[in-house]
Design a protein. Structure first.
Length: 132
């Protein structure tokens, strides 16, 4: 079992779960399902179930990065300092956590003008009927 399979197994325990992106849900094929009342029962946001270990760098990163804003490393460090009163001297200490979160598909990355920026990826799971 590879590293990414192990990490994925922490979040997806049941083989009936299907991880799909928000763009898949908004496609023409499923728009009628998304707009119905059944949406709240059939789908759930992965971020409702992900909890990083408290007071870790991963927790700090996941807390300050949002769905709306593309944040560069300086802004991430600034928000961590404001929220947790912790200052990281070297931004290199946060890169492994961010890269892992990008690699497993939880964060999106954007490199424009030589600066990398990140934001949370909207991930929707199709819940099996047994969870209703």
């Amino acid at each position: 079992m590879g590293l990414f399979s192990k990490i994925k197994s922490f979040f997806v325990k049941d083989s009936n779960y299907q991880i799909i992106t928000a763009t898949t849900i908004n496609s023409n094929k499923t728009t009628d399902v998304v707009e119905s009342d059944h949406y709240s029962k059939a789908y759930a946001n992965v971020w409702q179930y992900i909890k990083a270990k408290e007071n870790t760098q991963a927790d700090h990163v996941l807390t300050v990065i949002t769905f709306e804003d593309w944040l560069d490393m300086d802004e991430i460090r600034k928000r961590i300092k404001e929220k947790f009163f912790i200052e990281y001297k070297h931004e290199k200490s946060l890169y492994p956590y961010i890269k892992t979160l990008v690699d497993i598909g939880l964060l999106e990355t954007n490199a424009v003008g030589g600066k990398r920026k990140w934001k949370k990826k909207e991930l929707i799971i199709n819940r099996p009927p047994s969870l209703d």
